[in-house]
Design a protein. Structure first.
Lengths: 411, 165
């Protein structure tokens, strides 16, 4: 100790001798990629959250403000005043407003809805933490029908700045997922393929929700706000289960899945949202590998849905989850595969049942898959390492009947 | 009338900021987190978020430091929660660190609670005034003073030198 300088600042300056990595390309890649970071997913609870985020009809703790709302005065729906229809709700220092330029639309019209989150407090600005995809989500509910879309938020955590003079405004964003087994799958397939908001004939409740946290993280003190308006859609009497015609190239509704394989992506990470699951972790039924003309393939098979996938380049040290013990992975370029909301254990009974009892360490000697090895199955997060011969381009997608999550590694 | 704001990200000026200040932020986060991976992840993520916001951020440097420290804090908390079940609560041991860096200092920092560590690192390494430390960590200025005072005191006890300014 005696050799060390007495001024703490001098001791801290020794940090300047440390080479810092160049992270600019990593930052730009992340900025372009889907803003989802596995490390922000809360464990187990996160599995639930991710499942809930993408499942149509699952309420994710968002209670539509209505009679009995704890907010001062509750929501303030405005009757159709002139053409504009809007409603607001206030919670503490925040006001959420949803509006549309008119209350009645045609089935062939692109419906315009937007929501604004306003800060009413005394500070110049505040930082709110929430989904990197935005703090505002939207929902739909067909009053006399079966179609509804719950607000969905990415389960990552990002900082958003809001000030009194600069509220956060968002146009209507479609979110959520659907199960191909859903009788309305064709409707939703066409709905999500349409870049604009078209609705079938009928009465619709359109809601906006804000989900954020004013604390240091996204889970310290979450705030949920929601508000809704009613819209009428008039049409020529087409069946309400069919999406309306659009000026955009129409998408033929099809109950049969017509998987069109995505292009290989060379920018990491790759992520896939969960789909068609329930609130319980998905059970892994089978895991297999294969090699094809031009690519090697990994297939995870599940019951009833597919989990949230994050696929990214992994750097040493490779570790087991959750012990953190180091592990060896063969291959010149290694990827980490994280499946949130899935496990190979069925914990619903006593004793627990190992649903998938096949291999968890593959060394098939394929052109690209050198080693594919499980690194953890803990709290509904199933993680793997994939050691390759250097392939930089992969793709991930899902297939149905049975539900499968597929990862292809380009040769 | 619906409007959708699109802001062209001034990525060149953000890159200039990164080239000028990114290493310093990374080293500060290394001292704070004690783990190069956490520092790298926090810096990359903070700049990625800054890039996504483009020109919507008024003071990009202050913003990215704030984001970096909070991202690192979130990661440490996550690790701490995970580690609670694995019987260890210490932040990971420092690895891959240049021998020229004061390892005793890093070890001492690792023994401080996170808020004291953040206050001390920002004060001594980033030369940030109390107001900026509060801004970057989300603490009140009073809390920064308390944590800085205790952190300095604790460092002095651990290092046994004149860490009292």
């Amino acid at each position: 100790m005696t050799d060390q300088p007495n001024d703490p600042r001098d001791r801290f300056r020794s940090l300047d001798r440390q080479d810092a990595p160049d992270l600019w390309s990593e930052a730009t890649a992340r900025a372009k990629a889907t803003p989802a970071r596995t490390s922000w997913l809360p464990r187990f609870g996160g599995g639930l959250a991710v499942a809930a985020v993408v499942v149509v009809g699952v309420i994710i703790g968002l209670q539509l403000a209505g009679p009995g709302s704890p907010t001062p005065g509750g929501p303030l729906p405005s009757p159709s005043d002139g053409d504009v229809v809007s409603a607001s709700v206030v919670d503490g220092d925040y006001q959420l407003t949803i509006s549309a330029p008119k209350a009645t639309w045609g089935t062939d019209e692109a419906i315009e809805v937007e929501a604004t989150l306003k800060y009413l407090g005394a500070d110049e600005s505040v930082e709110l933490w929430g989904s990197g995809g935005g703090l505002i989500g939207f929902g739909l509910d067909e009053v006399a029908g079966n179609y509804d879309m719950s607000p969905a938020f990415n389960a990552d955590c990002a900082m958003h700045t809001i000030s009194a003079s600069e509220p956060i405004t968002s146009p209507f964003v479609k979110s959520g997922g659907y199960s191909p087994d859903d009788p309305g799958a064709a409707y939703w397939e066409a709905f999500f393929a349409d870049p604009e908001l078209h609705l079938s004939q009928g009465e619709w409740v359109v809601s906006a929700s804000a989900s954020f946290d004013a604390g240091e993280t996204c889970t310290a003190n979450p705030t949920y706000m929601a508000v809704e308006i009613n819209l009428t859609v008039e049409g020529a009497g087409e069946p309400s289960a069919e999406p309306s015609e659009s000026a955009e190239p129409s998408v033929e509704p099809s109950v049969e899945p017509t998987p069109e394989l995505p292009q290989f992506a060379c920018d990491m990470p790759i992520s896939l949202t969960a789909a068609g699951s329930s609130l319980h972790p998905l059970l892994t039924q089978d895991i297999r590998v294969g090699t094809h003309d031009g690519f090697d393939r990994i297939v995870f098979e599940y019951d009833g849905g597919t989990p949230f996938l994050e696929l990214d380049v992994a750097r040493e040290p490779f570790v087991k989850d959750p012990s953190g013990e180091p592990m060896e992975v063969a291959g010149s370029l290694v990827y980490r595969i994280t499946l949130t909301g899935a496990t190979k254990w069925d914990l619903s009974g006593d004793p627990a049942v190992l649903v998938y009892d096949g291999p968890t360490d593959f060394e098939p000697g394929y052109p690209q898959i050198v080693q594919f090895v499980e690194s953890g199955d803990f709290e509904a997060t199933h993680s793997w390492y994939l050691g390759t011969n250097g392939s930089e381009c992969l793709r991930a997608f899902t297939l149905n009947d049975p539900r499968r999550l597929v990862i292809d590694i380009q040769h | 009338m619906m409007t959708v704001a699109t802001v062209e990200a001034p990525s060149t000026s953000i890159e200039a900021l990164y080239r000028q200040d990114g290493d310093r932020l990374w080293r500060a986060l290394l001292a704070y987190a004690g783990d190069p991976d956490v520092a790298s992840d926090a810096v990359a993520e903070a700049y990625a978020q800054l890039l996504r916001r483009g020109g919507a951020v008024r003071d990009a440097q202050a913003w990215v430091w704030r984001a970096g420290f909070r991202i690192a804090a979130g990661e440490l908390k996550r690790r701490s929660d995970a580690a609670a079940a694995a019987s260890t609560n210490r932040i990971p041991a420092v690895a891959h660190i240049d021998p020229g860096v004061d390892h005793d200092l890093l070890d001492a920092l690792a023994q401080l609670p996170p808020k004291q560590r953040a206050a001390v690192v920002l004060f001594y390494y980033a030369d940030a005034p109390i107001r900026d430390i509060a801004d970057r960590t989300g603490m009140t200025q009073l809390s920064v003073r308390v944590n800085l005072n205790r952190g300095r005191q604790r460092l002095k006890e651990i290092l046994g030198d004149g860490s009292n300014d």
